[in-house]
Each structure stands twice: as C-alpha cells, then as structure tokens.
Write a protein that binds this ligand. Sequence first.
Ligand code: C2O
Ligand code: CU
Length: 488
Amino acid sequence: MTDSRGTVSRRLFVSGMFAALGTVPAAAAGASAGPSARPPGGGAAWESGRRVLRAAPATVSLGGRTVSTWAYDGLLPGPTIRATAGGTVRTRLVNDLPAPTTVHWHGIRIAADMDGAPGLSQRPTQPGGTFDYVFTVPDPGTYFYHSHVGMQSDRGLYGPLIVEDPAEPLEYDQEFTVVLDDWQDGVNGTPDDTLRTLNTTPHDDTLSSHVLGGTSGHVRYPYYLVNGRTADEPTTFVSRPRVRARFRVINAAADTAFRVALGGHRLTITHTDGFPVKPVTVDTVVIGMGERYDFVVTLEAGAFPLMAMAEGKAGRAFAVVRTTPGARTPSPDGAVPELQRRQLAYQDLQARRRDQLRPPSRTVTVTLGWRQGTAGSEWPLNGHLSDDPLRLRVDRGETIRIVMHNDTHMWHPMHLHGHTFQVRTTERGGPRKDTVNVMPYKRISIDVHADNPGEWMFHCHNLYHQEQGMMGLLGYGKPPKRRHVMSH
Ligand code: C2O
Ligand code: CU
C-alpha cells in the first residue's frame, strides 16, 4: 500500500485476534512487510464486495472456558470490518438468532436509515431474515458495531470497524486492535437474567453511593476480556523492540469502564472516538463504555502486561505485548505502576483546528436522573424515559450546546448517534467525540453541529441504564407523530 507521499507504507495490519490465534504471517513481525500482511477478511475487499455478517447462537472459547452465547460469524469479537474513508461498506446481516436484531455502526456519521436503531431507523430484522447495510464511511478512525436490540450487545454481538485514512498522517509501523468487554453470558445466566435481577432488587440510593461510589456500573462480572479472552489465557500481541505500534482500544462492555496501561511504557494518545487529537503522553487512560482511544507506543524489548482494570470493580482484563520471544510472560496479578501515574483527562484533549465547531446558537440542559420505578430503577433524561422520550429539536446547519448534568451517583457514558460532537472542556476548545463520560454529580457541555438530518438516539451507553429508560432523541425539524418509537 502506498501512502500520501508515494512511498511504500511500512504499516502492518495485524489484528490482535489473529495474533492471539498464532496466525500472524511470518513477515508481520518485521517492519518491511507489504500489503500481504493484511489479515484475511480485512481491507478493500470488504468495501468492494458485499460481505455477510451472520448473527447466530455460538459456542466460543474465552481461553480455558467455553461458553454458549450469541455472536457474529461465530467469532468473539465479531470479524474486523476495514474500510477506507470515503468508501462504502456493504454488509448483509443474516439473522439466525431466535430473536429480532439490528446492527448499529457506532460513531459513524451514517445515513439515518442505515443506523440500526430499532423502531426508529428500521424495524428489527426477524429470525430468518436479512438486512442489507450499505453506507459510506466519511471519517477515518476506530469505530465498532454492535446489536442495538435489548441486552444483545452484552452477549457477543459486537466487533471492530476500522476506517483507514488514505492520507494517514500518523507514523507507525504496526497496529493492534484491542476490544475490551465484561463477560457473563453463559456463565451466570444471560444479560437478560441480570437485568431482571436488577429490576427486582430494591435499590437504595444512599447505600449504593457508599457501596458503589465511583463505579461505572452495577454488575460484577465473572470475566473481563481482551479480544474475547480472559486473563488466564490472554491475547498476545506480537511485535519487535523499537517498533512504533498503534493501539486502537475499543470499550465494548455493557457496564464496565476500564483503566488501561501498558507496563513499562507511556502512552501517546492520538485519537479519541475516531477523531485525532493533539498528541498527549500519559501513563493511563480510563475508557468508558462506547468510547475508543488510539495511542502510539515505541515498544521496549521484553513481554509486557497490557492491563485494563475494571474501574471501581474487583477484576481486570489482561493481554500481553511481546517483543522478545524468550521473555518471561507477565502475570495478570502483577503490579503495573503506570495505572497509578498520570491519567488522561478530557482537559488534556484538543481537536485539530479544522475539527473545531463554531460557537453554538443556543443551549439546552439535560438532567440525567434516577428514580425508583414500579419495575426497578429508572434513569430519566429531563424526567423522560425511552417510552416517551426527551426530544431535542435542531435545525439543519445549526450548532447547539447540550449541557448534561448528572444528578445521580453513577457514571453515564452518553452517546449520540450520527454525529461527532465537541466536548467543551473550555469555551473554545476540547476534543471531538461521540461518547462522553458524565461523572456523578458533574456537568459537561457538548456542542453538536447538525449536519446529518434524521432522528437520532441520544442515550447512556451503560446498557442496563439504556434498557431502564435512559434514552432520548435528537432530531431535525418537526418531531414524527408516532409515539413510543422505541418500544421493541
Ligand atoms: Cu453504541 Cu446507541 O449505541
Ligand atoms: Cu447511565
């Protein structure tokens, strides 16, 4: 492959999944491999031909432990979809699940009818049915896809979507995709069972603030995964000393934020939620559900722990970055001092000049609340639950500011479909993102440029909160007449 300066790119396309399976092509560990180093199923082929994505019950190995779940193409995570910015992705969803489903392309500025929002952009695809997703990917970056029906994405129904930049300005030799997840399906019943338990357990807000203070979620999971594998038989990312490696980290978990560090290294953060930032070097970064971070590291010689602590929970996801074949494998229980050092804050992140949005024409406030309902916890937005959703109206072309005020003791990683907003860490600055953590009792402002007409979901990416009502809409022009648009 050729870069913008016409020289042969040294970048390699080795996903962690392939590295974990030990199928890295021999050339891939070197710095001179050409286009043949792309993994099978990656690259331009996905754009030019239509691929099938089959959602079905599957038996998958988490490494040491085998579970029954629902997955795409029998893989955990689902297959990596690679495309080039400006290109078209064509995917036929085949639903072999015993339940209706959709695929949502998280973070993509997509045409509204391809957004996979059940009851809003499409009817869910019934068992035995198919749906053709055909869409252009305007912006390069690290994205993912997942089911948007019920608790399905807390099973195995998620996978990476990587949009390459044909004029990639970042210099690196090799890249790895790192997908984080919290796992219970097939171990402790299903995510639907857990949701039912949450809904029948009386919730004491006062008590919880002590017990759960500072946590991202309510659910204690038996496993936390990197690329579908537990800490006991971890994913290994294979490279060489002095290689400049780009890590694309995706938090696909339903209820867990992760604190990520790579033992013996500092992380130069280059992107969040697909969009570039002015590079900033830190030791650790906390990644909420639905968020992505890319960082670049010049690798030392040895074998290093890639640690992702389940924030506020006892548990960790763990992988190994190995650049020396003989080096001793780090223990998943070992200390990683970087986790305690300099942590990335949103205030550290600054969008490129060309990604800065104009000042907003108006401001709306959205209060993120909690209340005890008859069927368990409810998480309203300005008092509205998803069955009668908050409707934010915008005019095409305008920029509005949404001030989110978290009036609860829980984290809410708020996500807007179809747009990449600008988080206002200062009046004029801040990163472009599509998912932002609103911490307990804190406020955060985002500016949204209304450049992609449609009715868009605006919701908490804690899947339990979402299913307990924490979803509104942002739309253009008059609201549609239909009510209860989101009942599935
Ligand atoms: Cu990643 Cu509405 O979701
Ligand atoms: Cu939430």
